[in-house]
Write a protein that binds this ligand. Structure first.
Ligand SMILES: Cc1ncc(COP(=O)(O)O)c(C=O)c1O
Length: 402
C-alpha cells in the first residue's frame, strides 16, 4: 500500500462521507448504557428521529444494517404464509422480496423494467382483484438505490385507499431519509424502514423502524417467530430512553450529532440542496451525451444518478480508471445493471464543490476510458449551480448574519 495524498472521494450512494462533527461525536468514551446519562442521549435521539421521519409514532433503533430493519418490519407484523405485494423497482426491491420469501411469506412481485418507480395503478389493480383481502402488506422501496428512481409514495398510498384495501403499507427509505422529502404520518405509512449510512451521514450499523398504530396492533397478533427484532420490549425500554439489549452507544453519539446538524440546516433546506445537486448532475449527464437510467422525470432521484453507458462500454472499467487515477469510488451497477451503469452518489454531507470535484473526476474518467462524450458535462453542472434560479446559501445561518 502506498499513501495517497488528498481526500478520497466516496461518491457511492451510501455509505456516504461522514462529517467531522459526527466523527468527533463518535470518538468519545463509551458510557454505561444503564446509567443516568444514557437516558438523556436515548431520549434525544428517539425524539429527534420522529422529526426526520415526520411522525408522532415511535421509531425503533436497531444495531444492524438496513437489511435487519427490513426483516424486523416483516416479522413483527406478519404470519407464516401471509401474502405480500411488492414491486420490482430494482435490486433492493428484489432483495427485500427474497428476504420475505425466505421468511415464509408469499410474495406477489409486480414486474418492473428497473427504469421506473412503483406504478400506483398496478398496485390499485392488484389490491382491487384481492376480494378476499388475502394481501396483508404492500412493501415498496422509496428510493431505489440500484437505479436512481424515486417512487411516489403519496400516490401509492392513494392507490391503496382507492382500492379500499386494509393491507399494511411498508416503505424502505434507506437511501432517501434525510435526503428526499418523506412523510410517514401524512402518507399513511405503517412501517418505515431506514438506515444510518446514507442521508443521516453516519457510518453503517444502525437501522430503524418507524412504527404506526396499525402496525403496532398487527404486531400483537402476528405469528412469525421473532425475539431480537421484537418491537414490544424495545418500545417498553425506549419509553425511559433505554434499550433492552446493549445499544451501539458510540453510533448513537453520532446520531445525536447528525440529527442536530439536520435540524440546524433545516429539513427543507436539506431537501432543496439535494434537489439542486441532483439537477446539476442530470444536466452534466445530458451534456456528456449519456443517458440517465431513470426514464420518468417525475421520478428522478435527488440522492443518486445512475448513468447508462453506450453498448460496448464497460461501466466497471470506467469506475476502475476513476478509482486508480482520481481516488474516487463510484457505485457499481447492481444485479442486471452490472457493467451497464455506474452510479454517482450526491447525498448526505455534500456541497457544490464536492459535486464539482465528483463530476470533474467522472468527466476525466469517461474520457480516459474512451467513452464517446462531449466534454461539456462539468460546465453544464457549474452553470446550473451558479445560476440565480438555483442559488441557495451554502450555510443559511451564516448568510443571515452577514
Ligand atoms: C434502498 C435500500 N434498501 C436496502 C438496503 C440494504 O441495506 P444494508 O446494506 O444496510 O443492509 C440498501 C443498501 O444500500 C438500500 O439502498
Amino acid at each position: 500500500m502506498t499513501h495517497r495524498s488528498g481526500r478520497h472521494f466516496l461518491q457511492i450512494p451510501g455509505p456516504t462521507n461522514v462529517p467531522d462533527r459526527v466523527l468527533r461525536a463518535i470518538d468519545r468514551p463509551t458510557m454505561d448504557h444503564r446509567g443516568p446519562d444514557f437516558a438523556l442521549l436515548g431520549m434525544e435521539v428517539l425524539e429527534g428521529l420522529k422529526q426526520v421521519f415526520k411522525t408522532q409514532s415511535p421509531v425503533v433503533i436497531y444495531p444492524a444494517s438496513g437489511t435487519g430493519a427490513w426483516e424486523a418490519a416483516l416479522v413483527n407484523t406478519l404470519s407464516p404464509g401471509d401474502r405480500v405485494l411488492m414491486a420490482e423497482t430494482g435490486q433492493f426491491a428484489a432483495l427485500w422480496q427474497k428476504l420475505a420469501t425466505r421468511l415464509g411469506l408469499v410474495v406477489d412481485f409486480i414486474p418492473g423494467d428497473w427504469r421506473h418507480g412503483v406504478d400506483p395503478a398496478a398496485v390499485e389493480a392488484k389490491l382491487s382483484e384481492d376480494k378476499q383481502q388475502a394481501i396483508k402488506a404492500v412493501c415498496v422501496v422509496h428510493n431505489e438505490t440500484s437505479t436512481g428512481v424515486t417512487s411516489r409514495i403519496a400516490l401509492v398510498r392513494k392507490a391503496i385507499d382507492r382500492a379500499a384495501h386494509p393491507a399494511l403499507f411498508m416503505v424502505d427509505t434507506i437511501s432517501s431519509l434525510g435526503s428526499i422529502d418523506y412523510r410517514h404520518d401524512e402518507w399513511g405509512v405503517d412501517v418505515t424502514v431506514a438506515g444510518s449510512q446514507k442521508g443521516l451521514m453516519l457510518p453503517p450499523g444502525l437501522s430503524f423502524n418507524a412504527v404506526g398504530d396499525k402496525a403496532l396492533a398487527a404486531s400483537r397478533i402476528a405469528k412469525l417467530p421473532r425475539s431480537y427484532w421484537s418491537w414490544d420490549e424495545m418500545l417498553a425500554s425506549n419509553k425511559t430512553g433505554y434499550f433492552p439489549y446493549t445499544p451501539a452507544t458510540n453510533l448513537l453519539y453520532g446520531l445525536q450529532e447528525a440529527l442536530r446538524m439536520l435540524m440546524e440546516e433545516g429539513l427543507d433546506n436539506v431537501f432543496a440542496r439535494h434537489g439542486r445537486h441532483g439537477e446539476a448532475t442530470r444536466r452534466a449527464v445530458r451534456a456528456w451525451g449519456l443517458e440517465i437510467l431513470c426514464l420518468n422525470p417525475d421520478e428522478y432521484s435527488n440522492a443518486l444518478t445512475a448513468v447508462l453507458l453506450p453498448a460496448g462500454h464497460d461501466a466497471d472499467k470506467v469506475r476502475q480508471i476513476i478509482l486508480e487515477r482520481f481516488d474516487m469510488s463510484l457505485g457499481t451497477g447492481l444485479g442486471k445493471m452490472q457493467g451497464k451503469v455506474f452510479r454517482i452518489g450526491h447525498l448526505g454531507d455534500f456541497n457544490d464543490l464536492t459535486l464539482a470535484g465528483t463530476l470533474c473526476g467522472v468527466e476525466m474518467g469517461l474520457q480516459l476510458a474512451g467513452v464517446p462524450i462531449r466534454r461539456e458535462g462539468v460546465a453544464a453542472a457549474l452553470e446550473h449551480l451558479a445560476s440565480a434560479g438555483s442559488q441557495q446559501a451554502a450555510n443559511p445561518a451564516r448568510v443571515r448574519l452577514a
